[in-house]
Design a binder for this molecule. Sequence first.
Ligand code: FES
Ligand SMILES: [Fe+2]
Length: 472
Amino acid sequence: MTTYSPRTEQAPPYTESATIPKDRYISAEWLAAEYERLWPRVWQMACRLEQIPEPGDFHEYTVGRRSILVVRESESAIRAFHNACPHRGTRICAGTGSTGDELRCPFHGWGWNLDGSVLEVPDADDFAPGTLSRADISLTPVHTGLWGGFVFVNPSPDPEPLLDFLGPVAAGLAPFEPDRMRLVRHRTTVMDCNWKVGLAAFNEAYHIEATHVWDLSGYASGTRPASGGPAGTPAPPAERPRVRDGQGRTPGSYQFHYETYDTHNLMRNVPELLDGSPRLGELGDPRKAALGMLRSSQSIGLSHQDDVDYVEALDDVPADVPSVRFLTDVRRASAALRGVDFGHIPDEDMIAAIDYCLYPNMVGPISAGNWILFRFRPNGDDPDTCLFDVMFLHRFGDDEQVPAVRHEFYPTWEDHDGWGEVIGQDLSNMGHVQAGLHQSSFTALRLNRQEAGVRNFERFVDRHMSGEPAAG
Ligand code: FES
Ligand SMILES: [Fe+2]
């Protein structure tokens, strides 16, 4: 593990060689090679368990042309299969749904049990002898692994154990009990960038000042507003909020701590923010300030209505308490009212943005009770677009009603205006990155200390791309 604490005068300078040639983001050949070398042999999240709650429920996971059918066989058993009928190849199930107690090909009606074994071949005696061995016409299994309420799949014939792969990520997320969270919103859209460009936008904090504090998105697009945010007319330079520290560093430098592992990485707010944050009274009316912060984080799923209700019901909101300390206490207390105990989570972790990048394609901040998870997948043969999933997870109390989740799909990210201000600002950059990557003047990314996770991610990609193409 390599640790990058906030920059200080004493800290050693960042010296890693960190240029990344651009072809991996724009080349159709590179994308084709990823389909051969990377995706066939890596664990990847297919769905949440609550998306397939009953035996017979299925979810189709796709990456490029590969389609994997995840099926709940029983209350305790999950199976996955290559999604192709052994007769003439038909995809057996698409999307998400229920297939009852059997799988059935829609074309000629071949049937399988939920464990993939053959149930029925209509008119089997019309096939030549030897063409219907049970081994050949069972569904071809794909390795599955369960962790944190997620179903992971790995098309490799001999994958490493899922928990070995997740390693420090599973350990770091364990206190937040992701297995006890539930999916509350799931949105998918097509982004105007390579899947690795999208992931990288959430895998560093260097962009925070320009993208989120100043909201410069309107400059790049001329008219396009940050989705869900203000009208896309950034403040002129003299009016931009001052967020730099005494050394002139931006928040990504002094407010964040970074760790990289063999695989995966972490960035998180420094614990000092808990009591070093501005006092509520410094932000105006204390109640309005607290509610403003809560509603902003609620718009991106990092706070819940319970926190808002709790603050609104308070007789008094103190002016002299650091804002992050106050909101931490609110989270603990509002959760306790719902029967959720966060007593084992330290104060400095309760509402920090603890942001793990789960290789190869997920990233997103978690706090006590809430998690936004972003997943990126390549989009067919087009290196310039990708599929982007946003999954909002929330921890409910045992007696609380968990709402049913409707999957929303938007053909482009601009077809939806409810991403939340912060996420909208992130999304607004991506197409401009992809456009710039194609310019002949630009040859390679230059990454800094705050972007060590992006650097680490590309090392992971390189490890796969330098291997042999995978079979299957
Ligand atoms: S293609 Fe599936 S039964 Fe014929
Ligand atoms: Fe961002």
